[in-house]
Ligand binder design. Structure first.
Ligand code: ATR
Length: 343
């Protein structure tokens, strides 16, 4: 698989297709057995996918044992068997709930050292602020992240759900290697504001939920009863309306001889090329066959006319991309305090 350097010449080299490991332990259905998770990650590396995404916030109770299942821990165990030098690890801090928690100072340092322990490593390739804390000036947060870089605990830093203004202020303190942001055929608001800012600053984009939380595939025939039941697009009449739109993507994929999810990923890379920005999506999966299919999509070419046709499919998408509490921490809603201001 091709490799991409996120964040310019001094940036972080990763595989063109990464992988989100969140759903291995939580949120989209039940966790999968540890040995299957470790095999899935090993097979991903064998397929050329070496860039793995996790977070401090991806922790949940095991439905059987009641014990806490830390997503970082299972990735750490997999990496220990595969070899640390074979992978790039991206993780995020921001408390057990990504929506809260002081994002600075001692808390961040403690969070980082706890993550290192769970990941069984002495350095994190890419450490993100999961959600911007509205009450802590971003300069202070990034200043502490930079101290972690200087200490060798972290190699590169990133932001998630940060507005262009916050990205600029952060980048002035320490180079931001990439911004992780929801981006898919049906979530494209960042193309207006975040993409131009990142392009100008030489920052890469890591699209999260590149498959629309599984909707942009051949597999989601009806709403699920996991956390996705709270996402307005993925329930009720909105689901049906969006499914009717998705049928156009399914038909195009069929005609092209590929899977719907592969076409959704190929669109992202092609759109990144068109907009002149490095894009490294991290589709999440619990299945080896889906992981392999996603990796193969990295070589799928789509023409300008296919790109244009796909880009228009979800112009009429129905429903917000997240529920109310989720949206409150997203970049257009969540404002960051400016040092010295009263607001
Ligand atoms: P997130 O970033 O939130 O994890 P995503 O990457 O857009 O969201 O989508 C993840 C979902 O897509 C998962 O539910 C995954 O289901 P499996 O665990 O069953 O694979 C689904 N998914 C990933 N790759 C897929 C593929 N190639 N075909 C069908 N579904 C896929």
């Amino acid at each position: 698989m091709k490799r991409v350097k996120l964040g310019g010449p001094d940036g972080l080299e990763v595989s063109k297709c990464g992988m989100g490991v969140m759903s291995i332990t939580a949120f989209y259905g039940d966790p999968i057995p540890d040995k299957d998770a470790i095999e899935l990650i090993a097979q991903a590396v064998a397929s050329g996918c070496t860039f793995f995404d996790t977070a401090e916030a991806y922790v949940a109770e095991d439905p059987v044992s009641g014990k806490l299942l830390w997503n970082e821990e299972i990735l750490g165990r997999a990496v220990a068997t595969i070899g640390r030098d074979k992978v790039e690890i991206g993780t995020k801090f921001g408390g057990k709930s990504a929506m809260s928690g002081p994002a600075m100072g001692d808390h961040m340092k403690q969070a980082c050292y706890a993550a290192l322990k769970r990941l069984q490593t002495d350095t994190i390739d890419l450490y993100y602020l999961h959600r911007v804390d509205p009450n802590v000036p971003i300069e202070e947060t990034v200043g502490t992240m930079a101290e972690l870089v200087q200490a060798g605990a972290v190699r590169h830093i990133g932001l998630s759900e940060a507005s262009p203004e916050v990205i600029r202020r952060a980048h002035a303190v320490h180079p931001i290697t990439c911004v992780q942001q929801e981006w898919s055929l049906y979530t494209r608001d960042l193309e207006e504001d975040i993409v131009p800012a990142c392009k100008e600053l030489g920052i890469g984009i890591v699209p999260y939920s590149p498959l629309g939380r599984g909707f942009l595939s051949d597999d989601m025939a009806s709403p699920t009863d996991d956390v996705r039941q709270f996402f307005p697009r993925l329930i009720g009449d909105a689901f049906d309306a969006n499914k009717a739109l998705r049928a156009q993507v399914e038909a195009m994929a069929k005609a092209k001889g590929c899977h719907t999810a592969q076409l959704a990923l190929a669109w992202l890379w092609a759109q990144g090329d068109k907009l002149g920005i490095d894009v490294v999506p991290i589709p999440g999966t619990t299945k080896i066959r889906n992981m392999q299919s996603n990796c193969l999509a990295a070589d799928l070419h789509i023409s300008d006319s296919e790109l244009a046709e796909l880009s228009a499919v979800f112009d009429g998408v129905v429903g917000e991309r997240g529920f109310e509490q989720y949206m409150s921490s997203t970049y257009r809603v969540n404002k960051n305090v400016v040092k010295g201001s009263d607001s």
